[in-house]
Design a protein around this ligand. Structure first.
Ligand SMILES: O=c1ccn([C@@H]2O[C@H](COP(=O)(O)OP(=O)(O)O[C@H]3O[C@H](CO)[C@H](O)[C@H](O)[C@H]3O)[C@@H](O)[C@H]2O)c(=O)[nH]1
Length: 324
């Protein structure tokens, strides 16, 4: 009798020292474009896939990597004819990222974030891509924390369709690992901020407050302002993506571990901009967690840590917004 044992075809790929060809979905967006810079500066080959719905071509053409060669594909992650020939690693940031939009239009959110991710995974499988690095949301998948700071073992219980669709993306990636041996690293981000975050676009309280103050408008704080978030600088997030090339199949929180209330945040920004007025207080927004900060011990064990603190990150964001 022949016994057939299921074999685990999953294996760990090490990219140390290699020149890697990466496809960055959402690479013309806020976080994605910083990852583009980081990979180019480390001599990797970069292909950007972006439908420019919220991303901006300026983010990748009008910066210090001007003279470097980026291959740009103007397509949607849901397109049938995505060509991933020669790609070693996909870094997946293209998404519907607005919590409020997801509550109003959950089908729209799921269509992009769940079906778009499945479509991308199918192409990854067809073209034999070795690894995916996935942008998930530590702010949205855990729901209201049972303990703080929240580590990766904390139960997942999203409070909005966006958190749910990001979690589905994670689970599909893990499924493709089990079925086809796809390597992955899932990064659960805290609240990312920094240069190129669009204050008109989708969330980003820091860029919204700076923009309002610079236009002499009073910022609005939703609720009592004692709600807290963990604000992580975008350059540190880009660095985590670079390091994740050599991380194993696992989920890693990327944040600072520090809680900052929206009131405290307002004070830091007001100080930086020498703003003397008080904010306006309005009713709290639905579908939001009250407190969140991420435990980043696992990322630290892997050699990553945040290097730019809130004050310094805000200074850089202000400088960038003044330069526009
Ligand atoms: O003008 C504003 C804007 C925001 N806020 C408050 O500031 C906090 C942060 O709000 P953001 O909209 O900047 O971000 P969220 O905390 O809603 O972040 C969520 O959306 C992000 C993407 O947009 C990330 O995915 C993150 O993980 C997810 O939790 C919230 O309490 C919000 O009510 C204000 O008081 N005034």
């Amino acid at each position: 009798m022949i016994l057939i044992y299921p074999i685990n075809i999953s294996y760990f790929i090490n990219f140390y020292g290699d020149n890697v060809k990466v496809l960055i979905t959402g690479g013309a967006g806020f976080i994605g474009s910083h990852i583009v810079d980081k990979f180019l500066n480390n001599n990797h080959e970069v292909v950007v896939l972006d439908n420019l719905s919220t991303g901006n071509f300026r983010n990748i053409s009008n910066n210090k990597n001007n003279n470097k060669n980026i291959e740009f594909i103007n397509k949607d992650i849901r397109d049938n004819d995505l060509n991933l020939e020669g790609i070693d690693v996909v870094i997946h940031h293209a998404a519907q990222i607005n919590v409020r939009t997801s509550v109003e239009k959950p089908v729209y959110d799921g269509n992009i974030n769940i079906l778009g991710t499945i479509n991308l995974l199918e192409k990854i499988r067809q073209y034999d891509v070795k690894k995916i690095i996935f942008a998930s949301s530590g702010g949205a998948v855990y729901g209201e924390p049972h303990y703080m700071p929240v580590d990766e073992k904390h139960p997942v219980a999203p409070l909005c369709p966006y958190g749910m669709s990001k979690y589905c993306g994670e689970e599909y990636i893990k499924l493709y690992n089990r079925l086809y041996g796809l390597n992955y690293t899932i990064l659960r981000y805290a609240n990312v901020f920094g240069e190129r975050q669009d204050p008109m676009g989708e969330a980003g309280v820091i860029s919204i407050f700076i923009d309002k103050i610079m236009k002499n408008q009073r910022p609005t704080i939703f609720g009592d302002g004692n709600q807290t978030r963990d604000f992580v600088y975008v350059g540190d997030v880009a660095n985590a993506n670079l390091m994740a090339l050599n991380w194993k199949n696992e989920i890693v929180n990327i944040g600072t571990g520090k809680e900052t209330s929206v009131n405290e945040l307002f004070d830091v920004i007001a100080r930086e901009l020498n703003y003397k007025y008080k904010p306006i207080y309005d009713k709290p927004r639905e579908g939001e967690v009250y407190r969140i900060a991420l435990n980043i011990n696992r990322a630290k064990e892997l050699g990553w840590k945040p290097t730019v603190n809130l004050e310094e990150g805000i200074k850089r964001t202000v400088d960038w917004m003044k330069s526009l």
